[in-house]
Design a protein around this ligand. Structure first.
Ligand SMILES: [Zn+2]
Ligand SMILES: [Zn+2]
Length: 301
C-alpha cells in the first residue's frame, strides 16, 4: 500500500471593485501578479499556468524570483497557438533578455516569437486610446521599474458643458479642441524597491490600488533590507505616508516572517483607518482561498 497525499501550491485571488488580482508573492522566491480584466501580468515569477493568459507581461527587473518564467511564458503561448506575448521591461535589461530568449530558441529548437518593448521612465506605452502603461523609476540598486496602469478618459472642457450637440459639432468643424484628457491611475505595481522618490509620484500615490513590496518586518532585519534595497516595515510606513490609494496590497514578504506576525507588527505602527486599507496578498486567512503549501486537502477526484 502506498500512502498518497497532495502538495498544492495555491495562489491568492482578491477582488477589488472592478478588478481581480491573482498572484503569488514571497520575497526571494517568486512574485507574479495578474489582473485578468486588464490583460496584464506584473512579472512572470515562475510562470504559473494562469499567467499565460495575459497578453502583456510587465517585467520589473531581472532578479530570478521575478523573471524566471519569462522563457516559459513565451514558449508555452507559442506552443498553445496563442499570439506572442508583449514584454515590457527596463531598457537596460533588454539586450541580456534578448540573448537569453534567443538561447532558449536554440535549446528548445523552437522559433518562439517574442516582442520586447524597452521602457524608460517618462515614456508611456499606449495599449489603447483609453489605456496607457506608465513606467516609473524604482530604487533597487539594479535596473528596475514599476508600472502604473492608467485609464484615459476624454472629457468635454467645462466651458462647453452647456452647449447643445449642434453647437459642439460646429466648434469641432472649426477645429476647436473641445475635449481634454482625464487620467485615472488604476493600479500601480512597484516590483522591488527601497524608499525613494517613487513614493512622491502622484500616479503611484493616487492609484486606486497600490501593489507594494514590504520584505522585512523584524527589527533585526533592518540591515538585510538596506543591503538588498528592499522596504523594511519602518520604511513602508514612511513610504505610504502620502498615500491616497483606496487599497494597498503588500507583496514580497520574506519567509523569515510569517504573515500573521507581519500583520501584527504593522497594525501597531499604523492608524486603524490606514490599516483598514492595507492587505497582504498572501494572507490566506483573509482570502480563505490561497495557501502556501497545503498538504491537508486533496483535490476532489
Ligand atoms: Zn524580489
Ligand atoms: Zn529584486
Amino acid at each position: 500500500m502506498i500512502e498518497k497525499s497532495y502538495l498544492v501550491q495555491k495562489f491568492a485571488k482578491l477582488k477589488f471593485g472592478q478588478f481581480n488580482l491573482v498572484g503569488y508573492s514571497v520575497g526571494g522566491e517568486e512574485t507574479v501578479v495578474q489582473i485578468p480584466e486588464m490583460n496584464v501580468c506584473f512579472d512572470p515569477g515562475r510562470c504559473p499556468q494562469f499567467a499565460l493568459t495575459s497578453d502583456l507581461m510587465l517585467v520589473s527587473h531581472g532578479h530570478m524570483d521575478h523573471v524566471a518564467g519569462l522563457g516559459y511564458y513565451l514558449s508555452q503561448r507559442h506552443f498553445q497557438g496563442m499570439k506572442p506575448g508583449t514584454v515590457l521591461l527596463p531598457r537596460q535589461s533588454e539586450q541580456a533578455v534578448e540573448k537569453l530568449l534567443l538561447a532558449w530558441q536554440d535549446v528548445e529548437r523552437q522559433q518562439t516569437p517574442f516582442k520586447l518593448i524597452p521602457m524608460t521612465p517618462g515614456e508611456d506605452y499606449e495599449v489603447r486610446r483609453d489605456f496607457v502603461i506608465r513606467p516609473v523609476a524604482t530604487h533597487h540598486g539594479f535596473p528596475s521599474l514599476g508600472y502604473v496602469l492608467i485609464n484615459v478618459r476624454e472629457k468635454l472642457r467645462p466651458e462647453y458643458l452647456t452647449l447643445t450637440g449642434e453647437q459642439l459639432a460646429e466648434l469641432r468643424r472649426q477645429g476647436v479642441d473641445i475635449q481634454y484628457k482625464l487620467e485615472v491611475p488604476l493600479v500601480a505595481y512597484l516590483g522591488d524597491t527601497s524608499l525613494g522618490e517613487v513614493f512622491t509620484n502622484p500616479d503611484v500615490m493616487k492609484a486606486q490600488v497600490l501593489l507594494c513590496e514590504c520584505t522585512f518586518f523584524d527589527p533585526a532585519h533592518r540591515a538585510k533590507a538596506k543591503a538588498g534595497k528592499h522596504l523594511h516595515v519602518e520604511d513602508f510606513v514612511k513610504a505610504i505616508a502620502r498615500s491616497e490609494n483606496e487599497h494597498i496590497i503588500i507583496l514580497h514578504v520574506s519567509r523569515r516572517t510569517g504573515i500573521r506576525r507581519a500583520k501584527g507588527i504593522l497594525r501597531k505602527m499604523l492608524a486603524p483607518e490606514v490599516m483598514a486599507k492595507v492587505h497582504f496578498l498572501m494572507d490566506f486567512d483573509d482570502s480563505r482561498e490561497a495557501g502556501d503549501i497545503d498538504e491537508s486537502t486533496p483535490p476532489a477526484e
